[in-house]
Design a protein around this ligand. Structure first.
Ligand code: MG
Length: 381
């Protein structure tokens, strides 16, 4: 054991108990830390933290994670201070995913590591930024936030002397890869990854409608025309009469999350039983286990249709989108023409990564605020 570490029989026993806790709590179809395939750069095990707990900690301490607090989810900071950022979205996903994960007795540490990783690759300005970078980088393979999250954790983060990236467990990398291509590994994603995917959908459907209401981009009566909201409204009305519009909105939002999580759990429990899923290998062979029931899935599509038509394509959101794309495109061209303006750590990467991808990595890492400052600096005079 390394210098300064506590070494005693009691301490060894304590560490062994920590490891046993996981075995005692998890279902046989969960991804157990002890069964992890390890890391690309092998590391000795930690005395009292499991591999996925370390993954989660590494993501939490990464610069890319901190930057999520100043990145757009759907709406930029210009529209107000109360709506979601990428960070608060990520935390909502982690919270819902942990609830699902705990109830299904899958590995909560892995669930949390995956939830905190899932949106790390988002560039500034949300999907508008992603589309702009995808165009800029078309000649070298384009840009996708899911792929960028992998680049960040495998390569771009520099925090450890022994390896580039965060050297996360192979299960985290594989799960993130299934977000790019569901059949990446030729098998179904781990249940922990399925839980995060489902939680992401619960979170954004609910909070995008919530943010749109708060920002005045949508009105409550419009949402109540959508079956999902109408049914949630009915359920709320059964419990409380005479709520104000604000109270009704909040109660519906809570109901929507609770209802969807209950539906996901109910369906998953049935599929686990019907398919006699008793191992990770069985999860990988089975149809998707954590998914909404047919009725709810259809209702979610209708809500998403409304959000697309009325919120994501709202004139204010579209104006923001155009501005964001123009500024990223202009910065991309400027840095291509003047690579000497890139920070030294990025200039060093040009030889191995190529100039366009290096510029793309630099721009993708920017927060909305930093992108605005850089744009002002580059275009001054
Ligand atoms: Mg997300």
């Amino acid at each position: 054991m390394s210098d300064g570490a506590i070494e005693s029989a009691d301490y060894r026993q304590f560490c062994a108990q920590v490891a046993q806790r996981e075995t005692a709590l998890l279902a046989p179809y969960a991804m157990h830390g002890a069964a992890s395939a390890g890391r690309r750069h092998p590391e000795p095990p930690h005395p009292y933290r499991g591999p996925f707990q370390r993954d989660r900690d590494r993501v939490t301490h990464s610069a890319a994670y901190r930057r999520l607090s100043h990145k757009t989810q759907v709406f930029t900071g210009d529209l107000g201070d109360h709506h979601r950022t990428r960070l608060t979205h990520t935390l909502e996903v982690a919270s819902i995913a942990r609830t699902l994960g705990r109830a299904l007795r899958v590995n909560e540490d892995l669930v949390e590591a995956l939830a905190l990783t899932h949106d790390l690759g988002h560039p500034p300005y949300g999907h508008a930024g992603e589309d702009a970078l995808n165009e800029c980088l078309a000649a070298v393979g384009g840009f996708s936030h899911n792929r960028q999250a992998l680049r960040i954790v495998e390569e771009l983060e520099r925090r450890y002397p022994d390896f580039p990236g965060l050297n996360l467990s192979l299960e985290v990398l594989e799960s993130q890869a299934t977000r790019i291509d569901k059949a990446a590994a030729g098998l179904r994603p781990l249940l922990e990854a399925q839980v995060v995917e489902a939680a992401d959908s619960v979170a954004y459907d609910t909070h995008d409608a919530d943010d749109a209401l708060r920002l005045g981009l949508l009105e409550l009566p419009e949402l109540l025309e959508v079956p999902l909201w109408r049914e949630a409204g009915r359920r709320v009305a059964r419990r409380w009469a005479d709520l104000s519009d604000k109270e009704l909105e909040r109660a519906i939002l809570h109901e929507l999350i609770d209802w969807q999580v209950g539906d996901l759990l109910g369906g998953a429990v049935e599929r686990l039983k019907a398919g006699r899923i008793d191992s990770v290998a069985a999860v990988r062979r089975a149809e998707t286990i954590v998914r909404p029931g047919c009725e709810l899935a259809e209702q979610k599509i209708e809500l998403e249709r409304l959000l697309h038509a009325r919120v994501y394509r709202h004139p204010q959101v579209l104006a923001m989108r155009r501005q964001a794309q123009a500024s990223l495109q202009r910065m991309f061209e400027q840095f291509l023409a003047r690579p000497d303006l890139l920070p030294a750590s990025f200039q060093d990467r040009i030889g191995t990564t190529g100039l366009p991808r290096t510029v793309g990595d630099y721009l993708a890492g920017m927060t909305d605020r930093f992108a605005e400052q850089q744009y002002a600096r580059l275009t001054a005079g």
